[in-house]
Design a protein around this ligand. Sequence first.
Ligand code: FAD
Length: 241
Amino acid sequence: MAASYDVIVVGGGPVGAACARELARAGRRVAVLEPGGRLGQAWQAAAGMLAPQIEAHGDTPLLELGLAGREHYSALAPELREATGIDIGLWREGIAWVAASETEAAELRSKVAWQRQHSHLSDWLDADEVKGIFRSAWQADYPSIENFLTPIYAKSAFPPEGSNYSKYDNPEFEKLLTQAAAAKSLDEANTLYQQAEGLLAEDFPTAPLWYYVTTSAWSDRVTDVKVNAFGVLDTEAIKVK
Ligand SMILES: Cc1cc2nc3c(=O)[nH]c(=O)nc-3n(C[C@H](O)[C@H](O)[C@H](O)COP(=O)(O)OP(=O)(O)OC[C@H]3O[C@@H](n4cnc5c(N)ncnc54)[C@H](O)[C@@H]3O)c2cc1C
């Protein structure tokens, strides 16, 4: 017997799927048509941001619609988890926009002012104003314990010159770095660097989380393929057969 439906929705992206869901909840028999086995076009590429405020250009109906849509997710996310077992990972901590120039900073300041006037949550943070935990990354430039200490924890590495973003400042640590840099042998230097590292472990200015894995592949038409100490291919050494 041929199936029959009240409504056929053409396209199973967010718009089609949302319409089909609401229709089904209203008691309609719904079919969603989607070509091939691979669902979705635009939504497959989407970053998933719910960004009506940051993308707003003034007080338009689109902003109101976007804000209402964003609010709807608080109820929608648990409903979808309940119905499908899938957690959509709704995250409501806000979006940060970093001003890359004075011009952009001026534009963003006026955007923040406008949003606050209209009772939307929006804050301006100056440099160094982030007092909570933040994430950063470091990959060594050369294979030495020193390269994991001086450029990220020495006082001379305070931004903007260096990468001591936690502003770690310990005179004892500085003294050990200076002594290590003046050491007569590598062994002597490494012993001092290890003592400095011990101080870091006690003070714990940063929490090392993980070290990434680099995936490499090569063909049998080349030789001398080596992965260097930093986990990347040493392309200068590679020879073509
Ligand atoms: C790179 C990128 C990043 C984005 N980032 C964001 C973001 O961060 N936040 C955000 O909110 N939005 C974002 N978007 C926008 C968002 O993806 C779209 O607004 C949204 O996917 C539109 O939904 P839709 O259902 O209208 O279209 P689509 O997602 O394109 O779905 C349309 C569906 O129709 C199907 N279809 C097409 N023709 C037929 C046919 N003849 N018969 C049957 N089915 C058919 C397609 O296969 C597809 O599944 C982004 C878009 C892109 C491209």
